[in-house]
Ligand binder design. Structure first.
Ligand SMILES: Cc1cc2nc3c(=O)[nH]c(=O)nc-3n(C[C@H](O)[C@H](O)[C@H](O)COP(=O)(O)O)c2cc1C
Length: 403
């Protein structure tokens, strides 16, 4: 009896200790992918460059990790000269805060590449998390006088400056917080109904691999799905949650998702998007984007109306300059979370495909929405890593083409 009481006490103490200790470190190499996604927030104020400079080695690490993403024509200019940083951010509309960034990288993509804005944004996502894994922070900066900025860096008009990412250690005495996001129910549709069931599921708590391990590996695309292995709904929910938490310009959150589990429909979609490998995916997510109006304040836009683009009179929707970037960020976070949980993805861009009209009709995609991609989620029986990119000739110092 006495021994039993003692054992109970020891167990209770162990339990309390387990609760008190954080499950994992919140920063640095130990950070796991899902925690990183949940904790990422835009950083616009840093420790001063004089006391906490960002080293060249740190920039190199961030850049190398970013090049492990999908194949692209991206090139990067490392900028450490404070004058250049100040000049560049001086040409931004909503980014004057960036003038004090301890260091920066300019992410540049060839305009002749298909979906170059999406490629650029996917690169920035990796760069953001690579910075985070080093205890650093950044913000995707959008609206700016790009020709002027490109001129400063010596970048020609055939190239697109995705963004200048100011990087530094987040200012210590400040707290940074993301504005609220739409709920999962508002942005995921399960066979044409709000995905209440998915929303009610508990997310998977932790990814199998750390952020560091994720960043070191090349992004992998599924070549063939194992059709016998379904994907647990909690895993699906967690990947969607990662998409939901994605940052977007002015927090517009344009990315909605249709979950397709009907085999007949999956077959049809694979045909429409001309991708036979998607036929065997256990589940498909059709990513649809909407031209949501500019919010009054970044936090309130989606509070009550998940599809407020529909209530804006036609022709009254203001231009949405970063739609392509925003949908690509959400999708990249979805892919990241899936990879971290050991599940594969295969993403097909949908852009003016012959079947996309028919597809939109069959899937009841509302008029203001556009199908942007189809993502197959499942375990791979065959997969292909993105090719390794030699960094020579892709990474410059201070100016375009300067090694
Ligand atoms: C494509 C894009 C462009 C952005 N442009 C700016 C910008 O010009 N200035 C700024 O302060 N924030 C900018 N942001 C940051 C967003 O305002 C921010 O991501 C959003 O409000 C959500 O906040 P969070 O990143 O802290 O989660 C941009 C974000 C994205 C994805």
């Amino acid at each position: 009896m006495k021994a039993n009481a003692m054992r109970r006490r020891v167990l209770l103490l162990l339990g309390l200790l387990a609760c008190a200790a954080p499950a994992r470190a919140q920063t640095g190499g130990d950070l796991d992918v899902l925690t990183a996604i949940a904790n990422r927030t835009s950083i616009r104020k840093w420790e001063p460059r004089e006391t906490r400079p960002v080293t060249d080695a740190e920039l190199d690490k961030i850049i190398a990790a970013s090049f492990n993403g999908p194949r692209s024509s991206i090139k990067v200019v490392k900028i450490r000269d404070p004058k250049t940083i100040e000049q560049l951010y001086g040409y931004t509309e909503y980014g004057k805060w960036g003038k004090e960034a301890p260091a920066a990288i300019a992410v540049v993509v060839d305009k002749s590449e298909r979906n170059f804005k999406r490629k650029g944004a996917a690169f920035v996502v990796r760069a953001t998390y690579a910075a985070m894994s080093l205890g650093l922070g950044t913000t995707f900066q959008g609206t700016a006088n790009r020709p002027a900025m490109q001129q400063i860096l010596g970048i020609g008009p055939d190239q697109h400056l995705v963004t200048v990412l100011g990087i530094g250690e987040p200012k210590k005495d400040m707290t940074f917080k993301s504005p609220p996001r739409a709920s999962l129910e508002q942005i995921v549709f399960d066979n044409f109904k709000p995905a209440t069931r998915l929303a009610a599921l508990q997310p998977v708590e932790r990814a199998g691999i750390s952020l560091d391990a994720f960043l070191k590996k090349p992004a992998t695309s599924v070549l063939a799905f194992d059709p016998q292995r379904p994907v647990d709904e909690r895993i699906q929910r967690t990947a969607l949650e990662a998409a939901r938490l994605a940052n977007s310009s002015k927090n517009r959150q344009p990315s909605d998702h249709l979950r397709i589990t009907n085999r007949g429909l999956i077959e049809k979609i694979a045909k429409w998007v001309n991708d036979p490998a998607l036929r065997k995916a256990p589940v498909l997510f059709v990513q649809i984007g909407t031209n949501k109006p500019r919010p009054d304040s970044f936090g309130t836009q989606l509070k009550n109306d998940p599809h407020n683009a529909r209530v804006v009179a036609p022709g009254k929707i203001p231009p949405y300059y970063f739609f392509e970037e925003d949908i690509a960020i959400a999708r990249t976070q979805f892919e990241m979370a899936a990879t971290a949980m050991g599940v594969g993805t295969r993403t097909k861009d949908v852009n003016g495909l012959r079947g996309s009209r028919k597809m939109a009709k069959t899937l009841h995609v509302p008029q203001n929405f556009k199908i942007v991609s189809v993502i197959g989620l499942g375990y791979a029986s065959k997969s292909a890593p993105a090719p390794t990119v030699p960094l020579t000739g892709r990474v410059f110092r201070e100016k375009w083409n300067k090694l």
